[in-house]
Design a protein around this ligand. Structure first.
Ligand SMILES: N[C@@H](CCC(=O)N[C@@H](CS)C(=O)NCC(=O)O)C(=O)O
Length: 215
């Protein structure tokens, strides 16, 4: 029998959350191994964890005898090796391009600038302003992109990888007190997705490492 997949994850990590949603949508049972990003200089920076993920970040997924890093590549791997729902539209290259464009607008253009180690480098009181500025700026473009692609969800009416990436980023926007009323399309899609069971079970408050006061 194949070993149960293991996800190295931090409850509030948006990149871990992406993979948790994808695993839940695909119905893949897995074990969570929490990696505390803030404790004692960050468990992600220890030698043991660096062996798994040389970038010193979560998520890392052990599955099919492999150790995988990079949430977007993990999601694509799951999509290619597991059954429906498919998170990248099958047989529709134009739609697939739109899914990747929205996904990358967030995963390459917004999240990296507000990642923990960047904020730690920025330091002090500037951190909150920095995160707020870059997420709000990224969301201006994203809102416009989504006005051209959205149905119920980011691209039409089927859940795709773009939705998997969107919800955790809206959570980050709320943490940085971005005024979401300026982004009606993003807010509407986010609200629809939060009704979906896979998104609920993958949320930070449902994770074993979520402190009781944040549940
Ligand atoms: N491109 C990577 C980014 C991963 C990433 O930035 N993870 C964050 C949490 S969402 C992290 O572990 N940060 C730790 C740090 O900055 O020290 C992916 O998509 O997996």
């Amino acid at each position: 029998m194949a070993a149960k997949p293991v996800l190295y994850s931090y409850f509030r990590s948006s990149c871990s959350w992406r993979v948790r949603i994808a695993l839940a949508l695909k119905g893949i049972d897995y074990e969570t191994k929490p990696v505390h990003l803030l404790q004692d200089g960050g468990e992600q920076n220890t030698d043991n964890y660096r062996e798994l993920n040389p970038q010193c970040e979560v998520p890392t997924l052990e599955i099919d005898g492999q150790t995988m890093t990079q949430s977007m590549s993990i999601i694509e791997y799951l999509d290619e090796t597991r059954g429906p729902p498919f998170l990248l539209p099958q047989g529709d290259p134009i739609k697939k391009q739109k899914v990747r464009a929205i996904s990358q607008a967030i995963a390459c253009g917004i999240q990296p600038i507000q990642n923990l180690r960047v904020l730690q480098y920025v330091g002090g009181e500037k951190k909150a302003e920095w995160g707020h500025y870059w997420i709000e700026r990224g969301f201006k473009g994203l809102e416009q992109l989504l006005q051209g692609t959205a149905g119920r969800y980011c691209i039409g009416d089927e859940i795709t990888m773009a939705d998997v990436v969107l919800v955790p980023q809206v959570y980050n926007a709320n943490r940085f007190k971005v005024d979401m009323s300026a982004f009606p399309t993003i807010s509407r899609i986010n609200a629809a997705l939060l009704e979906v069971e896979a998104f609920k079970v993958a949320s930070p408050s449902e994770q074993p490492d979520c402190p009781p006061e944040l549940r």
